[in-house]
Structure formats: structure tokens, C-alpha cells
Design a protein around this ligand. Sequence first.
Ligand SMILES: [Zn+2]
Length: 246
Amino acid sequence: MPEVVFHGNLAELVPCRAKTPPRRAFPRAVKDLLETLGIPHTEIGKIMINSRESDPFSPVNFEDRVEVFPHTLPRPSPWGQTGLPSSVTGIAFFADNNVAGAGKLLRLIGFDTAMEPGLNDKGIAERANEEKRVVLSRDRNLLKRRLVLFGCLVRSNVPWKQAAEIVLQYDLARFSAPFSRCVPCNTLLVPVGKEKVMDRLPPMTRLHYDSFNICPSCGRIYWRGSHIDRILARLEPILGNYQASE
Ligand SMILES: [Zn+2]
């Protein structure tokens, strides 16, 4: 059977019960072999077959030696291997239900993150593909779908660590814009005059604050109150250099 060498943190994704397909199943695309072994194509960076760099669809034979590497960072996205969009509004995610907490945190730090609790895997893959969104999930089967061109298997199960992982994987910290987006509905906030929202403000807020933003979709009003510093302190580890392996 092919000898498969996993580099970086890929080995930990291979379950010990993973079975190499039988001889009659070869040759097959190397991507299929790696997905059978538990690694979604979204996690695969460079592939070498018999020391020759190969693409995911290259055929692998039963006697071959395969080396597989994780992505170098930042991960590829719909904007190319290294080119992140110049504007923070250019990168877009689709957060699966199993990383909804991280999805909300990504919105809080300014990143376009779609979420739709009722949508099944097929629907997520289709929508992400159509809207050029990077799929974020802990579900490998979702990330193995053909329509998922860009995705990230989230390793941690703690929302702030998940958000930190994603920020690190796509080198996003420098593009973050906390409090620029409505957290419940993902819409970009716009400034609104105090006089327009006066009657909806709590008395103390009316007294102490003059600058407000509003969500054009749901009408929520945002202001930089005393709670902001507390939230910023909580965002620090997400925008810092947290690594999933720590
Ligand atoms: Zn809103």
C-alpha cells in the first residue's frame, strides 16, 4: 500500500482506525486517498508523490510514497494564495453551526461571517461556493465536499480559541475592525445622528454619549460605552498570536 507521510499537524487528523483502500482501488486521485484517511482537501497544502510535487488530482499507485504538508500561512482563500483583500470587507466566511460562537466573534472583530442554523451541509457548500466564502467547520465531511473550494477545519472546541485559530490561519489580525458590524445579523454599521435615535437611548447614554452607529438591517443602535474596554480586553487573545498548539 502507499506509504503516506504526514507533515506538521496533519498526522493528528488521521484516526488510528483509518484504513488504506485495497490494491484494486488504485490508481486513484491522491486527494481521494487522503480524504479516505480522514484529511479534508481544505487542509492539504503541498503534496509530493515519489518526491515529485503533485496536484490533488494526480493519480497515486499502490506502491507510491506520498508526502503531504499542511498549508503555509496565510491559507489560500478566494483571493489567492498570499493576496488578502486590501479591504477588510473583502474576506468572507461561512461559519457552520458547530463554530457559531467563533462566527459571532469574527463578526465582532469586523469580518463578514454568514451563518444559517437551518442550512444542511449541501446548502452550506452551495452558498459558500456561490458567494466565495471560506467554510469554517469542525465537520470533516462538510469540508470534504467538492463544492467547498476554501475551508478551514477548526481544531479547538472553545469559541475564543476557534476565532484565534481562524485569525491566525488567514493572518487577519491587521485587518480587524472591532465594532464595525452588527453581531446578530452580520450587517456593516453606519453612523447615525444622535437626534435620530434620541428617543431610543437609555437616559444615561443620552447624557454621556454623542456618537452612534446603527445597523441598517435590524435597527440596533451601538455606541462606545464603558463596556467597550472590557470587550476589547477579551478580544486581545484572539487578535494576538495565539496558536492552536499552545
Ligand atoms: Zn443588525
